[in-house]
Design a protein around this ligand. Structure first.
Ligand SMILES: Nc1ncnc2c1ncn2[C@@H]1O[C@H](COP(=O)(O)OP(=O)(O)OP(=O)(O)O)[C@@H](O)[C@H]1O
Ligand SMILES: [Mg+2]
Length: 309
């Protein structure tokens, strides 16, 4: 097997008395899109900040392209990765094009090469007509696309994307997905965080779910759905009468499969063993939706429905 692009083992990070990354192990393999999912505050950005050299590691080992992350190799690592951070950190005093040109100069790309690369990236991010505009005049989605374009300046072999499509409209999100797939086909490996489960399902070859600084599940999207949820879900609307909800829940329990009561719904998770047709026939008098299980079901099953930080 080829050497991993990223290898983390026993990785830990503490802020004051609070350990926020508590012994995390994962690898990102060549040409793979690897997802880091988890609720707000799970420790995803902190993990990425350690990987990209912005936060020192407290314990464990972390290597990128076989090089240990640390002061000695930070330049060599940075020259081969592209980072789109969660917080937008474009220079507000510069134009769109100048933001990219300055960034290119950090990698020794100057003059005509830099201008050509910037033109390419502006086209890639569908921002060519905004090249001369200053950052504060852009919409949130345009800034997000520019951050992604900037991450590509040095033709990285690993892209680290912390919530690349948060705040994007559906059109822009689909554009970014298409671009990320193109990059993946060209051999770029990716480490991606997202709160959009559809995004993770579409893009990630493998993913981990983090919760309170620990990895609690790992696998392909399909494996995780089968392992933690099953194949299909029946959602039954019960209105907000708790008695009615309890009645429906009891009926569902009698049919087999896991049952969850959520607000004005009862969810019945059907694994491969349950006979979906018989269940649907038995519940025919209820107001129901029958759908395939998704990664969102996995996420909520594993991390609960309580609000986080
Ligand atoms: N510089 C810091 N100083 C103190 N605490 C921090 C710092 N950075 C992060 N934390 C804490 O570490 C925990 C993990 O934060 P982190 O940003 O890694 O979460 P996340 O998984 O990226 O969440 P989100 O989905 O909201 O972006 C949180 O409790 C956060 O408050
Ligand atoms: Mg984060």
């Amino acid at each position: 097997m080829e050497a991993p692009i990223v290898a983390a083992a026993g990785l830990r990070k503490r802020y004051d008395k609070h350990e926020v990354v508590c012994g995390v192990d994962f690898t990102v393999r060549p040409r793979e899109c690897f997802g880091l999912l988890g609720p707000n505050g799970a420790g995803k950005t902190t993990t990425i900040r350690m990987l990209t050299g912005f936060a020192p590691i407290d314990a464990g080992t972390l290597s990128v392209f076989g090089l240990p992350v640390g002061p000695a190799d930070v330049r060599a690592i940075k020259s081969r990765i592209g980072v789109a951070p969660q917080e937008e950190n474009l220079d507000p005093d510069l134009t769109v094009a100048k933001n990219l040109l300055i960034y290119a100069s950090y990698f020794g790309i100057r003059g005509g090469d830099a201008r050509a690369r910037v033109a390419e990236l502006l086209a890639f991010a569908a921002l060519a007509d905004r090249a001369a505009d200053r950052i504060p005049t852009l919409s949130g989605g345009m800034k997000r696309r520019l951050v992604l374009a900037r991450a590509l300046v040095n033709r990285p072999r690993l892209l680290v994307l912390d919530e690349p499509t948060t705040g994007l409209d559906p059109q822009a999100r689909h554009l970014v997905w298409e671009r990320l797939r193109e990059l993946k086909r060209s051999g770029v490996a990716m480490l991606l965080t997202t709160h959009y489960m559809e995004e993770a399902a579409q893009l990630c070859d493998r993913l981990v779910v983090m919760n309170h600084g620990r990895i609690i599940a790992e696998g392909t999207p399909r494996d995780l759905i089968e392992r933690y949820v099953g194949r299909e879900v029946v959602e039954i609307a019960t209105g907000d009468d708790p008695g009615e909800r309890a009645r429906v829940a009891a009926r569902c329990r009698a049919l087999g499969g896991r049952v969850e009561e959520v607000g004005d719904h009862v969810l019945l998770y059907l694994d491969g063993a349950a006979d979906a047709r018989a269940v649907l026939a038995a519940l025919a008098s209820e107001t129901l939706t029958h759908r395939r299980a998704t990664l969102e079901d996995v996420f909520l099953t594993l991390t609960g429905r309580e609000l986080r930080e």
